[in-house]
Design a protein around this ligand. Structure first.
Ligand SMILES: [Zn+2]
Length: 240
């Protein structure tokens, strides 16, 4: 039971973002937990070859984490694994993508500050990586755009940032999209034609099932998607 001082036993759903083993054989896992945000959990002795946790402390493992919160730190007691995304390890490109998201989440979220909106975005993005027919670059754009939207930082894909005219094509620069006229003032960026813009909007905003159903139809140059996703990542790096 959780005491009034915050010490005691907790059970929280979450996902392992990082794992560190110390030379002394202690394991630390950085877990993004519901209601708690990212928190380091210590598992003394767990790295000394004891099989107590098996694979349940590997990055990308989702489950319910049983935690003892002491006065100074939190200890991992057990994990009920829900899904380990082990199949992603069969593809070096997909596991790299998944680990890249973990690293971003660890880097751009604050320890001990809840960010529950990111949990479903991360979970369902990893599910997309498991789908054989889905382009990784589109999943990546979708992941970062939905993350930014949940923090109120996503660029408007429909209207020019300056003059608010409805966009047919656009110039993606800084953190925003501009019409042709306003875009000329905004320096370097990525030019998008009407079809690019339509695809980026659809990929970002469709519901999971609708995205899966339509994903085979999206035609957009991977380099365009990559450049636009880089802009989203830069937005996070500057704001987070
Ligand atoms: Zn404009």
């Amino acid at each position: 039971m959780e005491s009034r001082s915050g010490q005691g036993l907790l059970r929280r759903r979450g996902v392992v973002l990082r794992r560190k083993d110390s030379p002394e054989g202690n394991r630390s896992v950085y877990v993004l937990m519901e209601h708690e945000g990212p928190v380091w959990l210590l598992a003394p002795g767990a790295a000394r070859g004891k099989v107590r946790f098996g694979g349940s402390t590997d990055p990308l493992v989702w489950g319910t984490f049983h935690v003892y919160r002491g006065p100074n730190r939190c200890y991992l007691r057990d994990v009920d694994v829900r899904k380990d995304f082990w199949t992603l390890r069969a593809s070096s490109q997909r596991i790299r993508q998944a680990v890249g998201w973990s690293v971003s989440l660890a880097r751009h979220t604050l320890p001990g500050h809840a960010c529950d909106d990111l949990l479903p975005i991360f979970f369902w993005s990893l599910c997309l990586l498991e789908e054989p027919g889905i382009r990784d670059d589109l999943s990546n754009w979708r992941f970062y755009w939905r993350w930014l939207r949940s923090w109120g930082l996503a660029p408007d894909l429909n209207r020019c940032q300056d003059c608010r005219v409805s966009l047919s094509g656009a110039f993606f620069s800084g953190e925003s999209l501009y019409c042709e006229k306003c875009g000329q003032r905004s320096g370097t960026g990525v030019s998008l034609d009407a079809h690019d813009l339509y695809v980026l909007y659809a990929v970002a905003s469709l519901k999971h099932e609708d995205f899966l159903r339509n994903a085979g139809q999206f035609r957009i140059h991977p380099e365009t998607v990559r450049s636009c996703t880089t802009i989203l990542e830069n937005t996070l790096a500057e704001r987070a």
